[in-house]
Design a protein around this ligand. Sequence first.
Ligand code: MN
Length: 319
Amino acid sequence: MNIQVSHKGQAADQAAGTIVAGLPMPEFKRITVEPISGACGCEISGVDLRAPLDDETLAEVMKAFEHFLVIVFRDQDLTPEQHKAFTRYFGPITELPQAPTYGEHQDMQEVRREAHEPENVVPSFEHFHTDSPFLLQPPLCVVMRALEVPKFGGDTAFSNGYLVYEHLSDAMKELLDGLEVVYSGKEIWARNEKLPPEKRLRLRESHGFSEDELENIHPAVRVHPVTGRKALFATTAYFKRFVGWTEAESQALLGYLQSLAQHLHYHCRVKWKKDTLIVWDNRFLLHRGVHDFKYERRHLIRTTVMGERPIGPKGPRKD
Ligand code: MN
């Protein structure tokens, strides 16, 4: 495995101790951080998100987010404005062309399944995915809060894309490092229209995005702009093909890569409660809802933060 650890001498490394999410467990003084699994995710307590955060608390929240990729806060009864104010610590809020908006808030989205509805009305995917990879600057993260959740089930699961990449052979890493993916969101409305009404997803009816903005080419391996750490950035959602590959070749490799993200040792899974708020990374982490509940309402609201244009191992794309 290709993991960077600090080399302050063996004793210091042992003292630093526990590896979690692929790297030594960071230290936290202002907030309480409880890892959810060995692979990703933590619960943070001791923070009230209704008020602005002081600099040190905010720095620790960001450190936890960078390290664990999923941070979970419980009992956060926020107004939409407080939700947005907290979101802006991560970057500018962005709109999405396809996701239904929340009430009058065009800059918030909702994931809502009514008790009488089948599971496929929610514009989520049956597989691990990242949100809106077809945009030139796909989301950096999602900030989601639960308004109403089933008594049992309806969790969200996450898979750490850094770990998926780091477990590949050097030869496979080299192949993927040179690959690019065409992602397209152009066809989802037309495809939805063709489905029988009971099979259709609930999509946003109108948006201000041009056709050209709905298709982009991104690297299959994404590099963190500050740390340089690499993660797999190829999933089935909105995937068209690898650049220069036929569709059949593309689907064969993609199927293998998608299978890797299913391994339990890359995962954590979060059980929602009312007023649970989760921030998850959309660059180096995959997510999916688990639709294992029936005849219960599930209503989550979210903001989306704009990310940078994905950077590949060979640097930014030149066009
Ligand atoms: Mn999603």
